[in-house]
Design a binder for this molecule. Sequence first.
Ligand code: PLP
Length: 255
Amino acid sequence: MRPTVLCFSGLDPSGGAGLQADIEAIGQSGAHAAIACTALTIQNSQQVFGFEASSRELLLAQANAVVGDLPIRCVKSGMLGTTENISALAEFLRAHPDYQYVLDPVLVANSGGSLGNQETLVKAFIELIPLASILTPNTVELRALTGFDDLETATQKLFEMGAKAVLVKGGHENTPDYIRNALYIQGEMVAESHCPRLQGEYHGSGCSLASFIAGRLALGDELVQAVQHAETWLFGVLKNAETPVPDGQKIPKRF
Ligand code: PLP
């Protein structure tokens, strides 16, 4: 049985983001994906209309059903939706300290739609940060989590909050020709990548990247190698992304 990543993520009916992105990305990484569904969202490639979150009992029951059943090596979280789900995940991770954990601190959809109450989610994420092997915030999430505008200060603040490693994703920065990502471990920048900026908006790019990293970690890659592998893979699937309707975000073609 392939090493397994257990994802705590939401259902996106468009199939671009959320648990479908996780399943496809983890499958492409070579690992197996299992899902504890945090929420059912109502959305398409253009906007989010709403969501209904799983209860903490339902979420934990799903996760616990596969513990001991599948060879879980890593946990990955995306949309968690409620503070109750965040504390349920923290409880689950504390019970399984041998699992690696990739924390994608999802606050809003790329389309701008709400995936939870941002103010309360930010406060609740504080409990998860020290439990993560790596956080993968975009710069909007990084600023929201720390309250600092300057990216270096904000990144160091995450380390003060207990982070072990942080991949800062620069897709939301005003760099028209390129995107710069920077990987920090224990407060030190250990790798930097630049890729050409592709035109348009993409649905589920963050989910895909974090899940591919989780898959590679489950398979035994070191962190730097897992991130580089995932960045190279993501660029390819975004280049091949498909546009559903003229105003819609592009859906990555993950295979
Ligand atoms: N999870 C779910 C269920 C979502 O709907 C979204 C965005 O729409 C995300 C996560 C985050 O998506 P992205 O990878 O575009 O940041």
